[in-house]
Design a protein around this ligand. Structure first.
Ligand SMILES: [Zn+2]
Ligand SMILES: [Zn+2]
Length: 366
């Protein structure tokens, strides 16, 4: 079938909205008509080839839409179902079998190959292969081929076009708090970076009852949003000794911290701001090979550092919980979002890169 899709043709090049051919779903695939799709930092990291995904490629991995066709072996989904689309895992490796699917051994080949794991691509343009299957969706497009395993069915009463980012950026931040760090009520947390991931973490920290929630960023508007979403303190890190400031607020440092920027110096601050036995969660994506330094004695005194992928989320379990909290008014993720027509994808990218917008969502029918 003919579809509209945004193709990145060269490293750091623009998103070129073009007409492509999309093959029919295979037996285990689901064709989804995309309604909305968020733009995530990882799309841009891959466009820039920090992670080498082969080009030309259709990115987009925070899609939501309506099931249009299901492969013969697919159970549990039918035409007309509303779905949020998340990441894909193999389902068979040790972490997958233990429910730690963010650490699937096949994460790369199921999400970043630019093809299906078998090396094929369903996308082409004038007979030439175009790479896709990004997070088993490539949803910067009117239609996407997904799998039953990376779809989450959602109620028809929900604003479908806004739900895609629950499948990546939002579950990453909220899950880091609710699934990975699991702070007890009354504890303190410092969240470095007030983009989608950091602000979702702020909302989650508020939900679980953290007593002190400190948001750190360079942009005052974002810090104001953090306050609105539950941060008890904010620090603009421009010209401020952030670690000293956090010690001033907490006395001995925070129980938890989250590094959402991918910047080595910030990761260092996120460890140095911890109290003894504090835990730092590292989530920021940085170019391959990036290193960061720690004071060995800081770690020696009971502190720990752990990486967190996709907020340790199993999307089919966690996204319905976030939707439930949203419906109760306790997780207002829609405050992070600004919508754009799909045709304006390059403007939306410019706005998110300049910090003007937190979470752009492209609307297919606008
Ligand atoms: Zn696996
Ligand atoms: Zn993402």
């Amino acid at each position: 079938m003919k579809i509209q899709a945004a193709v990145v043709r060269e490293q750091s090049g623009p998103f070129d909205v073009s007409e492509l051919d999309l093959a029919e779903p295979k037996d285990d695939e689901v064709l989804v008509k995309i309604v909305g799709v968020g733009i995530c930092h990882t799309d841009l990291v891959c466009r820039d080839q920090y992670f080498p995904v082969p080009l030309p490629c259709v990115f987009g991995h925070e899609g939501s839409g309506i099931v249009e066709k299901v492969g013969r072996q697919v159970v549990g989904f039918e035409k007309g179902d509303h779905v949020a689309i998340s990441y894909k895992t193999c389902g068979n490796c040790e972490p997958c079998l233990q429910g730690q699917i963010g650490y699937c051994h096949g994460l790369y080949e199921h999400n970043f190959n630019g093809t299906r794991p078998d090396g094929s691509s369903a996308l082409s343009e004038n007979g030439e292969t175009v790479h896709g299957h990004f997070f088993a969706q490539s949803s910067f497009a009117s239609h996407a081929l997904c799998h039953a395993s990376n779809l989450v069915k959602v109620d028809h009463s929900l604003p479908l076009e806004l739900l895609g980012p629950l499948g990546c950026g939002i579950q990453t931040g909220a899950g880091a708090v609710m699934n990975a760090l699991k702070p007890q009520a009354g504890t303190s947390i410092a969240i470095f970076g007030a983009g989608t991931v950091g602000l979702s973490a702020v909302m989650a920290a508020h939900v679980v009852g953290c007593g002190t929630i400190i948001a750190i960023d360079l942009v005052d508007d974002r810090l104001a949003t953090a306050t609105e979403l539950g941060a008890t303190h904010t620090i603009n890190a421009t010209d401020t000794d952030v670690v000293a400031k956090i010690h001033e607020i907490t006395g001995s440092g925070t129980h938890f911290s989250l590094e959402c920027t991918g910047i080595p110096q910030v990761a260092r601050q996120a460890v140095d701001c911890l109290t003894l036995t504090g835990i730092c969660g590292v989530m920021g994506v940085s170019p391959a090979g990036t290193e960061f330094n720690l004071d060995m004695n800081a770690v020696l005194f009971g502190r720990s550092v752990r990486g967190i992928i996709e907020g340790d989320s199993v999307p089919q379990v966690f996204i319905p919980r976030l939707i439930d909290l949203y419906q109760q008014g306790r997780f207002p993720f829609d405050k992070l979002i600004r919508t754009y027509p799909f045709a304006d994808i390059n403007q939306a990218v410019e706005d998110v890169e300049s910090g003007k917008v937190i979470k752009p969502i492209l609307l297919m029918n606008a």
